[in-house]
Each structure stands twice: as structure tokens, then as C-alpha cells.
Ligand binder design. Structure first.
Ligand code: FAD
Ligand code: DLZ
Ligand code: SF4
Length: 509
């Protein structure tokens, strides 16, 4: 029977209620899902990330078929697989001769550009629908941003609170404050009752995918096994339940903490599921809010969590679509150093970096403060090329898609957009890391030592970063205190810092 429309569902669109599916008809239309080499290799994604996406896609296709959809699913090694979205869409158009292609808007610029070319290339209609899983559309964000000198997340977040009604008491924030971050900076202590992540056992589909990934992507970064990510919506909901029960009450208090033996602390580990479509962000926030109303979790935890999802997550997406395609080329600080090899191997004597990178290699996961204040901070301080830093983050984390990764990396972490996203660079010396973690205790470097042999490299690198970028950062009011301290130092002290940093930087080459 001829089909009406071809409904393309991409690997991060695994939501049954997504616009492309909800606006289609399972009797008349046909779904197309494709595993393509181009997507798996435009950066060399972590093996676990590819396995997660392929397995989640295969499970989703199965669920769609069970729900009565006709689904063409092209596996990576299917005969004739052309290896790209365009090639597979073209093959399918030639086979089915649909009236048009329907697709929810791709989340990344790169893919959007490709899909935008299809109407002309295939000579049929291509209906690109708004991705309605986001709370704020790109148009709405652009309207909010219009005419504002600064695009501060905090103000955007308040709009999202008003729009969703989450933690609102009429038009006032519950608890009388919008933000309880001041309560959320406690270092954690190792604790026998520390929550452990919910691990999902691989089923037959996942086991097949693991074999495929081992065979085809053996040279990609990261350990493939043990593989314990959820790959269906039901399993992801269990991960969410587990987080709510075990970790949410302490999420706020220890959000910024880091511990050597504890890779996950009180974090939710759900970003990969929300980003791929297995969990709906608003549903997640409603569930979390309920815990506050029922008296199971304190306001600082619940507000802190909801802020990450309806605040930061929506905000970075808004920035991405507002500023692309040029955003990816920004390099405000003119940083040009290659990323050290140990970002790929974890082989460094700096205990904090070794922990964050080893964990990234093994889990395809690091929590926010590890990404921002360990790997991100170090790359910023040494002046690593922000594009290389961006490509690293995009490849190594299971939750990484350019729309969310790029603003976090290039904007928040590397200050390459000159302060559009963050009001000051997230640059810190060893003192911060020592305060928020137990990494320094087992490090061969001495965090208290400022310069010379055995001194923590972050200490001299911090001042070297400030000195190197003085002309660009001096005018930033939030940097004024640091520059005052720098300028009060004797020339001798300054030289000591700069030559100590130089000696260290040479070792990276
Ligand atoms: P939790 O700490 O439990 O937070 C709850 C949820 O809030 C997350 O699941 C996520 O959906 C959301 N969230 C929290 N912070 C952010 C943020 N800054 N931006 C967007 N969403 C946020 N997040 C990604 O989803 N993909 C990325 O590729 C990514 N790259 C990052 C790169 C850098 C340099 C930095 C500093 C942060 C990056 N983040 C990214 C944000 C954040 O680190 C991750 O969302 C978080 O660590 C995911 O772990 P979790 O689910 O345990 O989060
Ligand atoms: C990340 C990824 C990978 C590794 N592979 C695929 C794939 O084979 N097929 C697919 O549809 N999606 C994949 N994805 C996710 C896409 O990169 C993501 O959907 C787009 O970037 C959205 O713009
Ligand atoms: Fe990292 Fe310095 Fe602490 Fe070592 S001493 S763990 S390098 S901050």
C-alpha cells in the first residue's frame, strides 16, 4: 500500500509524543530510523555513547511497532546502508515515494542544515516541526533575548518558573526566594550510605549492539563494558525513581562536591535519558516538585534540581540556536594550545584530572563540577583551543549533543564567547579544588605550595592565566579583586608564578 508521509525519527528523538509522531498517522505514514556511520563518527564518540543510542533506538523502534506503527529500521551493517541521513532518506524516498517527509526539528545545527536541503534535493515537501519537548521554543528565547544587554540565566529561569508554575506561589517563588544556591556548596564526606546508581542489565538487543560497537568502533575513546545504562523509557524512569528516593534530598547540599571514590555522589544521572527523549524534562520536574510538597526533600535540593532542568538546560539551548552557526568559532581569549594527550589517556600525576578523566573513560559520565572545575578549568588555565576542548566534551560524554554541550563548554567553561553565558571565567586555583574535594590528599603535588618543584600546577597556572589575559579581563568587575591581588604582588613574586607556570606548560608540549 502506498504510504502518505515518511516520518524520520532521529536518535535523540525517542519520545512517543514528539511532534513528528503525534502529528502523523500510524495507518497512513511510515517511520524511518537509521543507524548511520556519519553520526557515529563526526566526532569519535565514546563507545558507551554509541551503544546507548543504538540500543535505545532499536528498543524505541520495537515499541513503535508494538504500538502499530510501520517502521523501517536500518541497522549500521544493513546491506546498502549509505552511512548518512541524506543517503538513507533518499533511499527510502525512492522506495516508498511518499508525499512528504515529516521530521521534528533536529537538535543540532549540522543536521538541521542537511535536512533543510532535502526539499530541493528530493523534490518533495519536507515538514520540519517544532521540537515541543522543550519548554521554551527558539523563537520565544530570541524574543526574550531581544534588546537585552546581558542574557543572564537567572532572569530567564524566573520566566520559566512563571511559565511552568513550578515552585510558584501565585506570582511569587515558593520559599520567598528564586534561588537557594547559597546553601548548595558543601563539600561531601565519604559515607557508607552514599547512593549508588541504578544499573540496568543489558538484554539481548543491547548485547547485540555491544558486539557491533566492539567490532566497528574499537578505536573510539572509552570502555564499552561494563554497560549499565537504561535503554528504554521504562528503565530510565526507574533510574529517576531511584534518584528521587536515594539522592534527591541531598542533591542541593552536595551539588558542587567531589570525592575520589564516589563518581556519582547525589547526582541524578539522567541527562542522557532526557536528551535522547526517554524522559520528559517537565515530567521529571513535576515528580521532583512533588517530593518537596510531600515533605520528602528540602527546598534547596528541589529548587536546585529544577533550576538545572528548566533553567540551565533550556537556557543553553536558547543560546545555541540564537548564536549558531558562528558560535562554534568564537575564541575571545585567543587560546590556541593543543589539548594535552592525557585528556584521552588519563595518564597524569594530577590526581583531580586523573580521577575525572579516568571516570570519563570508564563511565562516559562526569558530574557538572568535574566538567567545569577540573577538566574545564585546567583547559581554560593552560589556554587550550576552545574548539578542541569542545570536540573533546562532545565525544566523551553519553549526554553530549552539540546544542547542550557547546554553550556549556565554549561559553560557560572556556569563556570563549567573552561572557555572554557566564559573567566571569570559571578559573580557579588548587585551593578551590581542595575545598570542594578530597583529591588533593592523594596527589603527588602539594596544593598549599604555590610555586616551584612539587607545587600544585593549578596555583601558578591561575595567575599565569590572569596575567596572560589581563587586557581582556581587567575591566570585568567580577575579576577586579583577583587583579587587585595580582597587582599588589611584588615583581619578584609575579615572576616566580609566571616562570613556574612556564616550566609546567613546557611539560605539556
Ligand atoms: P544532575 O547534576 O543530576 O542535574 C540534573 C539535570 O539538570 C541533568 O540531568 C541535566 O539534564 C540538567 N543540567 C544540569 N546542568 C546543566 C547544564 N549546565 N546544562 C544543561 N543541562 C543541565 N549536559 C548535557 O546534558 N550534555 C552535555 O554535553 C554537557 N556538556 C557539558 C560540558 C561542560 C564543560 C559543562 C561544564 C557542563 C556540561 N553539561 C552537559 C551540563 C552538566 O554537566 C550535565 O548535564 C550533568 O553533569 C549531567 O549529569 P546528571 O544527569 O547527573 O546531572
Ligand atoms: C549521536 C548519534 C549517533 C552516534 N548515531 C546516530 C545514528 O546512527 N542515527 C541517528 O538517528 N542518530 C544518531 N545519533 C544522534 C544524532 O546525532 C542526533 O539525533 C542529531 O545530532 C540531532 O541533530
Ligand atoms: Fe589537583 Fe593540585 Fe589538588 Fe593535585 S594538588 S589534586 S593537581 S588541585
Amino acid at each position: 500500500m502506498p504510504i502518505r508521509n515518511l516520518v524520520l525519527v532521529l536518535g535523540d528523538q525517542l519520545s512517543p509524543a514528539i511532534s513528528s509522531l503525534s502529528k502523523s498517522d500510524r495507518k497512513k505514514d511510515r517511520v524511518l530510523m537509521v543507524e548511520v556511520m556519519e553520526e557515529a563518527t563526526y566526532v569519535k564518540h565514546h563507545k558507551k555513547k554509541i551503544a546507548f543510542i543504538f540500543s535505545a533506538m532499536r528498543h524505541f523502534a520495537k515499541a513503535l511497532r508494538r504500538a502499530g506503527w510501520k517502521v523501517d529500521y536500518v541497522t549500521l551493517d544493513a546491506p546498502g546502508n549509505t552511512g548518512s541521513f541524506s543517503g538513507e532518506a533518499e533511499r527510502s524516498v525512492n522506495t516508498h515515494r511518499p508525499q512528504s517527509i515529516v521530521v521534528s526539528a533536529p537538535s543540532e545545527w549540522r543536521v538541521r542544515e542537511v535536512v533543510d536541503g532535502w526539499a530541493e534535493r528530493f523534490g518533495i515537501g519536507v515538514n520540519i516541526l517544532e521540537d515541543d519537548r522543550f519548554i521554551c521554543s527558539s523563537a520565544e528565547f530570541a524574543a526574550w533575548a531581544e534588546g537585552r544587554k546581558q542574557l543572564r540565566m537567572e532572569y530567564f529561569y524566573r520566566e520559566m518558573r512563571r511559565k511552568t508554575g513550578l515552585l510558584m506561589d501565585g506570582d511569587k517563588p515558593v520559599g520567598g526566594q528564586w534561588n537557594f544556591d547559597g546553601d548548595n556548596r558543601k563539600p561531601a564526606k565519604a559515607d557508607l550510605f552514599m547512593p549508588q546508581p541504578k544499573r540496568t542489565k543489558p538484554d539481548k538487543i543491547t548485547t547485540e549492539v555491544l558486539q557491533l560497537v566492539a567490532d566497528r568502533f574499537g578505536d573510539h575513546f572509552g570502555d564499552l563494558e561494563p554497560f549499565w545504562f537504561a535503554v528504554t523509557a521504562e528503565q530510565a524512569e526507574k533510574v529517576l525513581d531511584h534518584f528521587i528516593e536515594d539522592a534527591l534530598p541531598s542533591f542541593g547540599d552536595y551539588q558542587d562536591a567531589m570525592l575520589l571514590g564516589e563518581r556519582f555522589l547525589y547526582h541524578s544521572l539522567i541527562s542522557l535519558y532526557i536528551n535522547a527523549g526517554l524522559l520528559d524534562p517537565l515530567m521529571v520536574c513535576q515528580r521532583v516538585k512533588r517530593e518537596y510538597l510531600d515533605g520528602n526533600a528540602p527546598l534547596n535540593a528541589v529548587e536546585g534540581f529544577i533550576r538545572q532542568v528548566i533553567g540551565w538546560r533550556e537556557y543553553v539551548r536558547g543560546i545555541y540556536w540564537l548564536k549558531m552557526p558562528n558560535y562554534v568559532d568564537e575564541n575571545f581569549l585567543g587560546a590556541a594550545r593543543p589539548l594535552p594527550d592525557f585528556y584521552w589517556t588519563g595518564e597524569t600525576e594530577m590526581a583531580c584530572l586523573k580521577a575525572a578523566i579516568t571516570q570519563t573513560r570508564e563511565e562516559s559520565y562526569a558530574h557538572h563540577i568535574q566538567r567545569l572545575m577540573i577538566t574545564g578549568n585546567f583547559a581554560l588555565l593552560i589556554g587550550a583551543d576552545p574548539k578542541l576542548v569542545h570536540e573533546w566534551y562532545l565525544a566523551v560524554y553519553a549526554d553530549a549533543y552539540e546544542w547542550v554541550e557547546l554553550p556549556n563548554t565554549l561559553g560557560m567553561s572556556q569563556f570563549a564567547d567573552g561572557g555572554l553565558l557566564g559573567s566571569k571565567p570559571y578559573a580557579a586555583s588548587g585551593n578551590y579544588i581542595n575545598k570542594m574535594s578530597d583529591y588533593c590528599k592523594g596527589c603527588r603535588y602539594d596544593v598549599k605550595k604555590k610555586t616551584g618543584a612539587g607545587a600544585c600546577p593549578f596555583n601558578s597556572l591561575y595567575w599565569d592565566f590572569l596575567a596572560r589575559n589581563e587586557s581582556k579581563l581587567r575591566g570585568n568587575p567580577r575579576m577586579a579583586q583577583s587583579y587587585r591581588t595580582w597587582n599588589r604582588m611584588t615583581d619578584e613574586k609575579k615572576t616566580e608564578y609566571l616562570s613556574s607556570a612556564d616550566r609546567f606548560l613546557v611539560t605539556l608540549e
